[in-house]
Design a protein around this ligand. Structure first.
Ligand SMILES: *Cc1c(COP(=O)(O)O)cnc(C)c1O
Length: 352
């Protein structure tokens, strides 16, 4: 029996998200923080202190966690929806509102993968030469396809830049006219300089913001959240699986967010290291790095496959994106020591 024949056509032509487990000494491929927040010991303590018996289901509404998040953003708990990572919330948004789904490319791959899994139409608009939004093309596509959802990602993954806020502010009111939603995925916002789009929530009823704890030291917890008008939250909440966020994640995330001093100081260190790494990369012959407001740097090199393999041989894992952005690799900012090891290895690969 050929199982493939049984599978829906939109799933049959999909490839599973690849997260290969490649052994390496220095892991700089997945935009994780090199610092765990909280570290093992405090996390263990927080679980012990707030222990909720594991024979019971978690709080389906994650009330304690949503209250803390609401306070942080000066919103109300009814404006917050919790997800098992923001990936899950992207799934729920597309499940709830459907397509067409519009997004610029290159960008985070899950918008496309989830749209296809759910059988929704994808509209991909290439970024311009500066990796900024091509406003004209987007406006034309909005008129032509009337998308239900647009995903915008400042700072963008994998390019690292923030899109021009003026352009986003031109798109927002247009989507109001067409009665569709603008989703701003702020996964990397903590590493960017500006205020982000949360202050605009009060002005635009069709604005949705996605945030995650994954890039700021808690990727293993799988905690993401959505900020939006309560009418949006109520609708998306209908498709949410009842116990999507487990008790341990709720407890540790709440504790980590109550005292953000450690997370914030780690973010400051990563930003400083990013700027240093950018300077050093710019000085290397044969490497063109792109400025970044995230916790990673995209860089161009003539033979990305060779450099990728050479780095891995020296124990350094980066992401080869040459299939998506021509001749480019992406490196996550690590600890000062990891960044030194990466730079030394990179220079050696180039001189061979
Ligand atoms: C990593 C990433 C996410 C996924 O975050 P999770 O909360 O770990 O699911 C979402 N959006 C972008 C742009 C990302 O790079």
């Amino acid at each position: 029996m050929n199982i493939k024949k049984l599978v829906k056509p939109n799933i049959r032509s999909l490839s599973a998200y690849e997260a290969k487990d490649i052994a390496c000494a220095v892991k700089l491929d997945a935009n994780e923080s090199p610092y765990s927040a909280p570290a093992g010991q405090p996390a263990r303590f927080s679980v012990q202190k707030n222990f909720q018996a594991l024979n019971r289901y978690p709080d389906p509404e994650a009330k304690a966690l949503r209250k803390i998040i609401a306070k942080e953003f000066s919103l109300r708990p009814e404006n917050i929806l919790h997800g098992n990572g923001s990936d899950e919330l992207i799934y729920y948004l597309i499940t709830t509102f459907g397509g067409p789904v519009l997004y610029p490319v290159p960008t985070f791959s899950m918008y496309g993968i989830i749209s296809q899994a759910l059988g929704e139409k994808k509209i991909e608009i290439p970024l311009d030469k500066e990796f900024d939004l091509d406003l004209e093309k987007i406006l034309t596509a909005i008129k032509k396809y009337k998308p239900k959802l647009i995903f915008l990602t400042p700072p963008n993954n994998p390019t690292g830049n923030c899109f021009s806020s003026e352009k986003i502010l031109k798109i927002l009111p247009l989507f109001t006219v067409h009665c569709s939603l603008v989703v701003i995925d702020e996964a990397y916002h903590p590493f960017a300089g500006d205020k982000g789009f949360t202050p605009m929530l009060k002005d635009y009823k069709n604005l949705v913001i996605l945030r995650t704890l994954s890039k700021i030291g808690l990727a293993g917890l799988r905690v993401g959240f959505l900020l939006a008008d309560k009418d949006i939250v109520n609708e998306v909440n209908k498709v949410r699986l009842p116990f999507n966020l487990n008790s341990l994640s709720q407890t540790i995330a709440s504790d980590a967010l109550k005292d953000k001093a450690l997370i914030k100081s780690n973010i400051r260190t990563i930003i400083k290291e990013r700027e240093k790494l950018l300077d050093e990369l710019s000085e290397i012959n044969g490497i063109t790095p792109y400025p970044s407001e995230a916790n990673f740097i995209l860089f161009k090199t003539e033979n990305p496959a060779k450099i990728y393999k050479g780095l891995l041989k020296k124990g350094v894992l980066v992401r080869n994106l040459s299939g998506i952005v021509k001749e480019c690799l992406r490196v996550t900012v690590g600890t000062p020591e990891e960044n030194r090891i990466f730079l030394r290895a990179l220079k050696k690969c180039l001189s061979i």
